[in-house]
Design a protein around this ligand. Sequence first.
Ligand SMILES: [Zn+2]
Length: 413
Amino acid sequence: MAVTAAVDGDRLWRSLMEMSRIGATPGGGVGRLALTDLDKAGRDLFVDWCKEAGLAVRVDRMGNIIGRRAGTDDTAPPVVTGSHLDSQPLGGKFDGAYGVLAGLEVVRALNEAGLTTRAPLEIINWTDEEGVRFTAGVVASGVYAGQFDLDFGRNLPDREGTTTLGRELARIGYDGDAPCGGYPISAFFEAHIEQGPILEREGAVIGAVLGAQGRRCYTVTVTGEEGHAGTLPMPLRRDALVGAARMIDGLNRLAFEFDPLPVITTGYLQVRPNSRNTVPGRVTFSVDIRHPDNALLADICARAEALCRTVAGETGLEVEVAEMFGRDSIRFDPDCVEAVRAAAKRLGLACRDIHSGAGHDACNLAQAAPTGMIFVPCKDGISHNEREYAAPEDLAAGCQVLLEAMVARAGVA
Ligand SMILES: [Zn+2]
């Protein structure tokens, strides 16, 4: 099917740059944490732009902002796109914002072309994808897709335990009354920067995302005995930090025993009492393990847990390994993946299939509706970093693919 609407790459770039001024960091990135005053300012700008583009805007009970463009058959399930305007504390200009503003650019381009789809289109800014303030992340799209209870999402505490997600929504004026999800949708597409090096390295402009890898998250608590750093002889020590260090090193080595390689990360560590003059008595650390193959992932996790117990036994420590949350790998809908490939081919864009290393709102949506993702390259694969960069022409190409995939799905009257 030939689509006659063309996205305006310059306009998309200008919108991205304007959005990135809200919460701009000295290092050239963005710090726009979910449900802060800066997030409110970003949301307000998005809502203004949606209204200018003629969209009907509603806000749901999780604060997701939904801009809707009517179809000629407005009772048909909508074709939906979106991503997130919140960021990491020292994040980039493109992670999330690209997917939201690419959706907006699709609407602007269709408006200019005078083209109305049969099914309605919806552009969504999902609340709190990054999970920095409210300890979880990708929860609002999870509630929308029926993965989590509304009460669970709204009652999520912030890290300091002083407020909740629901109260912060009310504070910034985004505690909407529209139902969160619960209606049929035809398909969901999310455009996003790759956040990895593969497309750039292989000279591809479009990644047709096949799915996302499975993930298991653990909290490991190692308990020994505190003692005076000057007087407790080495042979008598039960040093929890030494044990934790051996476990973390062992987990890193464990990764290299599998093919294809999993990713295993410890990014959070808490030492008690964290004093120069005391042998550490207790250490808590995170372990994040991801792999595309669910059976292999289960095997790696079992080996990881056994490794921690073995090290604890050898060092006279106690260990507790608690699984915090996990998700099996996701396979996106074959028709949606093919729609992305087909659009790239029509446009003469170099395209390759790819797995997502990161989790995305699309992973939740995949549980509820046919879902696909479009990746575009980012420079040196760098993301969650102020230096994150994507080329304007690649962003425009991904946006045009998004337009064609959405219009093909929605149909033209
Ligand atoms: Zn993102």
